[in-house]
Ligand binder design. Structure first.
Ligand SMILES: Nc1ncnc2c1ncn2[C@@H]1O[C@H](COP(=O)(O)OP(=O)(O)OP(=O)(O)O)[C@@H](O)[C@H]1O
Ligand SMILES: [Mg+2]
Length: 475
């Protein structure tokens, strides 16, 4: 017998490497498949390029041995299509007219090897054994990565960068003991996720965790939302209701965007923190509440205190324990892990089994500045998962801003710096942030650190001067 496989590991590796043989000559197909099967490789033979492509598409084979001169499309076109279907497939081209130049051309196009006819089966087997070895090592690495991935999730928070691990360490340490915590960090970096994790680690995890976004309500409604109200205490108060401090009694209240509260509201919050007491709107009765308070902000509260917009005493009460969630640009090591996390999530949601991202798409993600942090990354993967037509997400599936990513984000002028008037820089910057937030003005104003009214004012002002860019460009 010509092919004797002695080593059991080798035999097992060969059994896992399915090979498709494509040639327009049926007798060649038969000869090669028979030979490969004798050597222990599962082999499928066909004279139809379409059938071979289907095998690639559905993962029925890991390797295709293809004749360079198949009719209709040549072997090189087949190679291109096969790699489009599955960038991980190995294509071995076979030719009756071996030339070094065409061999190099084929390898450049992504062929794994280039053999001349009549086939040297020993060499083909050696090549296939190398592929089998590579494939089994890759699957070991994937398994290890998977295990590592499991280890790098904590209460739904994905991250392994030193900055994240330090932050999570602090979360674990303070969780048992805190009564007030301030969580800071840029928009979309995961402050709410951290707040929920913090609550999950406390001895009162089974009690309620109530959320209130302080920027979403005008003062009167915010007060009633937080402290409750009595029937008839204001127009529209048709019934008596408890607020979220009472609702979450025994558990935790999460006050998001605390930096947006008015001085009056800050005074009321200070009273809750100091005395653990609340008063429903319209009621003289003082009620005791036992809640842990987690506040979050993407503003620099110290600067707000200095500017006289935030009460110093409230700031010190809140920030005795401060957890700073790092922005994504500070922990780029986490990007691949987060991409894997969101791919899995959206794979399940959209029913598309993506294998991953092409190398150039991965590079584009690593080079981006991520002003919208993890939320922006989640949105990018979600929309790419919807638009991608192949098993791999490529650069063309990413938003345009990422396709021409890199350091571009710093320049405001299509690349070349020019001494633009500040008004113009502001207009372009606001436009970019709005694009990034898909036109959502509330989110854009949060990201820009300005109120919504200011954003509307700037937009209005900008729209009155459409020709400014052209003028300043000429000057
Ligand atoms: N480390 C992480 N691992 C997994 N998902 C994350 C992580 N950080 C953030 N996310 C996800 O990103 C999104 C934004 O997170 P979150 O709402 O907690 O941010 P935020 O800091 O509160 O934002 P904002 O300042 O706008 O309120 C959420 O869908 C959240 O689940
Ligand atoms: Mg939030």
């Amino acid at each position: 017998m010509a092919t004797l496989v002695e080593h059991p590991a080798l035999q097992a590796a060969r059994k896992n490497l399915a090979v498709c043989v494509l040639d327009d000559d049926a007798s060649q197909v038969e000869l090669i498949t028979a030979r490969l099967e004798r050597a222990g490789f599962p082999a499928i033979g066909t004279t139809s390029p379409d059938e071979a492509l289907q095998n690639v598409r559905f993962g029925s084979c890991r390797v295709v041995v293809v004749d360079l001169k198949i009719p209709g499309e040549g072997g090189l076109e087949f190679l291109e299509k096969a790699l489009q279907h599955d960038p991980g497939v190995y294509v071995i081209l076979v030719t009756g007219f071996y030339e070094v130049d065409s061999a190099i051309e084929a390898i450049k196009h992504g062929a794994h090897d280039y053999l001349s006819k009549p086939i040297d089966f020993r060499r083909l087997e050696r090549t296939l054994d190398d592929i089998a070895d590579l494939a089994s090592r890759r699957s070991e690495i994937r398994e290890l990565e998977h295990k590592l991935f499991e280890n790098h999730q904590f209460q739904g928070i994905v991250g392994k960068s030193p900055a994240m691990l330090d932050m999570l360490d602090l979360v674990k340490k303070v969780s048992r003991h805190y009564s007030n915590v301030l969580i800071t960090g840029p928009t979309g970096c995961g402050k709410e996720l951290v707040a929920r994790a913090l609550h999950q680690l406390t001895p009162v995890a089974k009690e309620r965790f109530a959320v209130c976004n302080c920027s979403a309500l005008v003062d009167t409604l915010l007060e009633s939302q937080l402290f409750g109200h009595m029937r008839g205490s204001f127009t529209g108060a048709t019934d008596t209701r408890p607020g979220i401090f009472e609702f979450a009694n025994g558990g935790a209240v999460f006050l998001d965007e605390i930096g947006e509260t008015s001085p009056g509201m800050q005074a009321k919050l200070l009273r809750v923190i100091e005395n653990r007491e609340i008063q429903r709107v319209g009621s003289p009765e003082v009620r005791s509440v036992n809640v842990r308070l987690i506040a979050a902000t993407n503003r620099d509260l110290r600067a707000e205190v200095l500017a006289g917009r935030f009460r110093e005493d409230l700031f010190y009460r809140l920030s005795s324990i401060e957890i700073r969630v790092p922005g994504l640009a500070e922990r780029r090591d986490d990007i691949p892990l987060l991409v894997q996390h969101f791919l899995k999530k959206y794979n399940e949601a959209y029913g598309k089994p993506f294998q991953g991202l092409t190398r150039r798409a991965q590079i584009a993600l690593l080079q981006h500045d991520w002003p919208g942090n993890v939320r922006e990354l989640a949105n990018v993967i979600s929309s790419a998962a919807i638009t991608a037509n192949t098993d791999f997400i490529d650069v063309c599936d990413l938003p345009e801003s990422l396709q021409r990513s890199g350091r571009r984000a710093i320049s405001y002028n299509g690349g070349a710096w020019r001494p633009l008037p500040l008004d113009e820089v502001r207009r372009i910057h606001i436009q970019r942030v709005l694009e990034m937030c898909e036109g959502n003005r509330v989110r854009a104003s949060q990201m820009l650190g300005i109120g919504r009214t200011s954003l509307y004012r700037f937009l209005k002002r900008g729209s009155k001067k459409p020709a400014t860019a052209a003028r300043s460009g000429a000057g």
